[in-house]
Structure formats: C-alpha cells, structure tokens
Design a protein around this ligand. Structure first.
Ligand SMILES: [Zn+2]
Length: 110
C-alpha cells in the first residue's frame, strides 16, 4: 500500500473528508447496526470477504472507487464489514507511521 492513497480522493480513507460520515453510516442501521443491549455491544456482520454493507455504503459516495477502496481496506485488516468498522482507522494511522512525530522533542525543550 502506497502512502499516497491518503491523498487520493477516489479512495475512502480516514484522511477523506467524508470518512466520519461513511463510518457512522456503516455502524448504523444501514450497516452493521452497532447498538447496546444492556452493557453489551451487539452488531450484525456476515464476516464475508465481499463486505456487502461496506460496498453498498461506499457506492453512495460519488467519485469513490469502491473496488480500489476495498483493496486498501483488506490491507488494513478490514476483511469483513465489522472489521472495516473496528480495524481500518487504527491500522491506517499505524501504517502511516502514527505517533512518531510526538517522540521527536527538540533538544532545547528538554
Ligand atoms: Zn465481521
């Protein structure tokens, strides 16, 4: 996976302006229907690699390349609809080197 996918507007990544809207929809009743029953979170997912819900929701965003986005999601451990919700954002930032800059404290500030 190339780092420039973060700047590719045809790929839905956490850097895309519509990411929050996409993720909220995929968590919602149109998607895996994540909700609480008492203190337990419940959701429905076929755990199928075709990711039918992700596919359906991505298709609602004009200009998004659904197949290319699903390929990127696979590389970020989003192999089924619920894994897209739980894994992709975290692994995207890990892949992009998340947090490294915080460790670089200029000498004069020590
Ligand atoms: Zn799943």
């Amino acid at each position: 996976m190339d780092a420039d996918i973060a700047f590719d507007e045809h790929i839905m990544t956490p850097e895309n302006l519509r990411w929050q809207s996409f993720l909220r929809t995929l968590k919602g009743p149109q998607g895996i229907d994540l909700h609480f029953e008492g203190f337990k979170a419940k959701w429905s997912c076929s755990h199928h690699r075709l990711r039918p819900l992700t596919r359906k929701i991505l298709a609602q965003y004009p200009g998004i390349d659904v197949e290319a986005t699903l390929k990127v999601f696979s590389e970020l451990k989003g192999q089924c609809d619920c894994e897209v919700v739980f894994n992709v954002e975290d692994n995207f930032w890990k892949h992009m080197g998340g947090g490294e800059l915080i460790l670089k404290v200029p000498k004069e500030e020590k």
